[in-house]
Write a protein that binds this ligand. Structure first.
Ligand SMILES: [Fe+2]
Length: 180
């Protein structure tokens, strides 16, 4: 279990017309363990869960992803913008960017379903010749071997996992954080 940024709290946003003070203050999520940029900008309360870990309570939030900086990962040419994660299940949503000529170097599988929506670029699964271009939707079913991959152009993908990313930390990352 991971408690990420659990101490960072934000005040409630302005109350809409027609909504009572009490309703507005209580219009937040059930206690949950979420992290990433969206939860980190909408966590209004923290409480202690049954296991002693911190749980947050969150409100609806909109991010302008262009305003977020790219965070480099420990694979050359790969950076990301972590948008949302369920720290209980490992499910996550991120924008990922591969510089031209970079890619995942080895054949591998994931510990959950992986989905990618291509925002721009040309991103190819080399053995099968599947190339994602703008507007492409890709699903890699849990446990299915795939890759290596190659970004034929700079490629930006919205990547969604419905659970943990990898069975074990892949050898192309030197940080376990990058394999989450
Ligand atoms: Fe993969």
């Amino acid at each position: 279990m991971i408690d990420t940024n659990s101490g960072r709290l934000v005040p409630p946003p302005p109350r809409p017309e027609g909504v009572t003070v009490e309703e507005w203050l209580n219009n937040i999520s059930e206690p949950a363990r979420y992290s990433g940029e969206a939860p980190d900008r909408s966590r209004e309360q923290v409480e202690t869960g049954p296991d002693g870990g911190a749980l947050g309570r969150f409100r609806e939030i909109l991010l302008r992803t262009d305003d977020l900086g790219w965070v480099e990962k420990t694979l050359a040419g790969l950076s990301h913008k972590p948008l949302w994660r369920d720290d209980e299940t490992g499910a996550s949503i991120s924008l990922v960017r591969f510089e031209k000529g970079s890619g995942i170097p080895s054949r591998h599988s994931h510990a959950s379903n992986q989905f990618m929506f291509c925002m721009k670029g040309r991103y190819t699964y080399v053995p099968t010749g599947l190339t994602l271009t703008e507007g492409s939707f890709y699903w890699n079913p849990k446990g299915s071997m795939h890759g290596p991959t190659l970004a034929e152009e700079e490629s930006i993908l919205l990547e969604v996992y419905d659970g943990p990313h990898y069975p074990t930390q892949p050898d192309w990352y030197s940080s376990p954080e990058d394999a989450r």
